[in-house]
Design a protein around this ligand. Structure first.
Ligand code: ATP
Ligand code: SF4
Ligand code: MG
Length: 335
């Protein structure tokens, strides 16, 4: 472990003894607009342990993709990182120059973008696309070794070797998504960020693709950030969950602890809203983010929708605090 990782852990007060792949500290990403800055990510901190899947959840527009793009330093204008640190194996990506970043991006980080399966090139065979991903970053490879490597990748993501010669339109959505996972792991990254990899798929295929991600984690010991809406699916796949609301991190916890005892009122609503086969529950979470991200209210970010709002919530912003082992929440109820 590098001295920088030790330092980052000490600064964050991590006492688990687990190795940390990524530490995001006080990250701020704003989109400049003519009417002010949209604070898409506003002072967000979290970390990802080596070999774990961290689920990043929250409703549409809360800043999940922006967080992912910031980690890759790929936020597009008018967006920009306005503050914070992103420490990958101890190196601060925020301060790296473009050539150094390019190296890290390809060799250490991999992104499965939102809607990835629709971005496969329709006129290229699957093996050509995977080969291109490998050779762009590693240079020309011997033909036989490359073929073996691609077939091994297909096996790793649970795809039959016959798809090697196929075109994307010949594959189902789940198969295409697994091709995208194969491309993401081709260069042996230490962190994969998968942005809603299952959201366009039906429920059964979601499980299959989710299982593929679990298999990849087990086989490669890779760390992952799995972005999603579906708390039920997250419960089955991830080790810890980080809940975002309106650009803020409101709760971070091991998956068992957050489902057994969700602390933040927003997380409670998210979990109560999971559809159950046994009972039909009324949906408690109906509205979207209610305030303008250009003009967040003083105090707690969730105050306008919180069923438990108190006077202090309107005046003071609650910091993210550890309440139980590894279980953090930003809410005045736990002071
Ligand atoms: N180019 C842009 N200009 C202005 N605001 C933007 C821009 N891109 C994103 N935003 C705003 O930033 C916020 C966060 O967006 P982001 O795409 O990160 O959310 P998300 O959590 O990934 O949502 P989803 O679940 O819908 O993918 C949103 O409120 C969005 O409107
Ligand atoms: S700080 Fe207050 S408003 Fe915010 S979630 Fe907690 S109780 Fe609700
Ligand atoms: Mg998104």
């Amino acid at each position: 472990m590098t001295a920088q990782v030790e330092k980052a852990r000490a600064a964050r007060g991590d006492s688990t003894g687990k190795d940390i792949t990524l530490t995001v500290k006080n990250l701020k990403v704003y989109y400049g607009t003519p009417t002010g800055n949209v604070r898409a990510v506003d002072d967000v901190s979290f970390h990802v342990y080596k070999g774990e899947i961290l689920g990043l959840v929250g409703e549409s527009g809360c800043g999940k993709t922006t967080t992912a793009m910031a980690i890759l330093r790929m936020v597009q204008p008018p967006g920009r990182i306005v503050g914070g640190q992103i420490l990958l194996d101890g190196i601060d990506l925020v301060t790296l120059n473009e050539p150094a970043l390019r190296d890290v991006r390809w060799n250490t980080l991999a992104l499965i973008p939102q809607g990835a399966m629709n971005s496969l090139n329709p006129v290229m065979r699957i093996h050509t696309q995977i080969a291109e991903a490998i050779q762009t970053h590693e240079g020309k490879q011997p033909k036989d070794a490359l073929k073996k490597r691609i077939l091994d990748l297909l096996i790793t993501v649970g795809l039959p070797s016959r798809i090697y010669d196929m075109y994307p339109h010949e594959l189902s959505g789940g198969m295409k998504q697994r091709v995208c996972i194969a491309m993401a792991i081709a260069l042996h990254p230490s962190l994969i960020i998968a942005d809603e990899p299952t959201s366009a798929l039906d429920v059964v295929v979601q499980r299959v693709v989710g299982q593929t991600l679990l298999d990849v984690k087990e086989r490669m010991g890779v760390s992952m950030i799995l972005i999603g809406h579906d708390m039920g699916l997250q419960a089955q796949l991830v080790d810890r969950i980080a809940v975002m609301y309106a650009g803020h991190m409101v709760e971070v916890s091991p998956v068992g602890s957050i489902f057994a005892d969700p602390l933040h009122p927003y997380t409670q609503l998210l979990i109560e809203s999971i559809p159950s086969i046994k009972e039909r529950k009324p949906l408690k979470l109906t509205e979207g983010i209610t305030h303008d991200l250009r003009n967040p209210p003083p105090g707690c970010i969730f105050q306008e929708r919180c069923p438990k709002v108190m006077e202090v919530c309107r005046a003071e912003k609650p910091p993210l605090r550890q309440i139980k082992p590894e279980h953090y929440v930003a809410c005045h109820l736990y002071e």
